[in-house]
Design a protein around this ligand. Structure first.
Ligand code: MRU
Length: 354
């Protein structure tokens, strides 16, 4: 398939379902080691999501859906009503692993809804329904990535400099990424452009993951630390910003990796378009504005240590919000699988996605 050829052959998939088992790439070990772990229990899947072994909004949506299958696999002998009761509990448990990316809850709710609507008489049959739905979510995510790539690629012109933040790449999704899908497609069409990847403190998704996957694809990528973005922009090196998102509120406010709002403010200052690649699975129609998006706060050690080496005084007070919310007025457009949406976002999101 063309879309799988766009990424490097050597790039491992974040999520794989093979012969009834779930395998997750441990992204915490990249780029130094490629370790793929079989997921045996709901607890293991919960921890893989919580520790960011699998991360990125679409990928955790897919991992959560398969995770429910892992959780229910050993219960096919239960009476159907007991199976359904346990499925509800396991879905809620898996959903509690991370709060900000809406895809996780979206995927799990879809799994439970589909299972409850299924006309089956045994738990074993219902388990098969769960597996089929998880595979459908996975396949659908691939199509969403391709759609964003097709719609976003024409924005990328010869010679452009593009800044991205965090990893909204293939590793964060089922195939081409969200922010990177237009990049992979433009690159495949022979367009020459440069990408600047923000390092993305504290967990370095830009350095460890984005620069790694784009480099393997042969895309011209330069790594910078987060605090270099203003300087690089001031030198006229950036023509466009494209990021991903973990949740888009109904009014177009965008939650993404901490630091994204700063990039958007800088982009406005320098008159640079700021685009967000956003599959429909990341739009939260039930949350009216960014104020309602839960922001994950993570452990202090992620800030007080660098590469497991202490870099701050013992006892220091720390804040570690993992995401921030960029107000919709700073967003030039949302690159979706259907089309690029521009302001007014509330009306246009509703018109396109209901
Ligand atoms: O904490 P992470 O690594 O899961 O954060 C991921 C991001 O912020 C991505 O930009 C977002 O999920 C979009 S992924 C296509």
């Amino acid at each position: 398939m063309l879309e799988t050829k766009l990424i490097a052959d050597t790039l491992p998939m974040a999520v794989t379902w093979e012969d009834g088992d779930l395998f997750l790439l441990d992204q915490t070990q990249l780029p130094l080691a490629t370790v793929i772990e079989k997921q045996e229990t709901a607890e293991q899947v919960w921890e893989s999501i919580r520790l960011l072994k699998v991360r990125g909004a679409p990928a955790i949506g897919v991992a959560g859906a398969y995770g429910l299958c892992v959780a229910m696999k050993g219960d096919t002998d239960l009476p159907l009503s007991d199976f359904i009761e346990k499925m509800d509990k396991q879905a809620a448990y898996l959903d509690s692993s991370r709060p900000t990316a809406v895809n996780l809850g979206w995927g799990l709710r879809r799994m439970v809804r589909t299972a409850k609507a299924a006309q089956v008489s045994t738990a074993a049959e219902l388990y098969n329904v769960l597996v089929a739905e998880a595979i459908a979510i996975h396949e659908e995510d691939k199509r969403l990535c391709i759609g964003m790539g097709e719609n976003g690629a024409p924005l990328i012109k010869e010679g452009m400099g593009i800044l991205t933040h965090c990893n909204a790449g293939s590793l964060a999704t089922s195939i081409l990424g969200t922010a990177t899908a237009p990049m992979y497609m433009a690159h495949n069409q022979g367009v020459k452009f440069r990408v600047y990847a923000d390092e993305t403190r504290p967990l370095l998704q830009g350095a460890r993951l984005t620069s790694w996957e784009l480099q393997q694809a042969g895309i011209d990528v330069t790594l910078i630390t987060d605090n270099m973005a203003a300087h690089i922009m001031s030198q006229g090196l950036i023509d466009m910003v494209i990021t991903g998102t973990d949740r888009v509120a109904a009014n177009g406010d965008v939650a993404n990796k901490i630091g994204t709002m700063g990039v958007a403010i800088l982009a406005k200052h320098f008159g640079i378009p700021f685009y967000v690649a956003c599959p429909s699975s990341t739009i939260d129609h039930d949350t009216p504005s960014g104020e309602g998006i839960p922001i994950e706060e993570r452990e202090d050690y992620e800030v007080t240590e660098f590469g497991a080496r202490r870099t701050a005084p013992e006892g220091i007070k720390v804040r570690n919000p993992a995401f921030d919310v960029t107000p919709n007025e700073l967003v030039t457009g949302l690159i979706t699988e259907k089309q690029i949406i521009t302001a007014p976002y509330t009306e246009n999101i509703k018109a396109l996605f209901g």
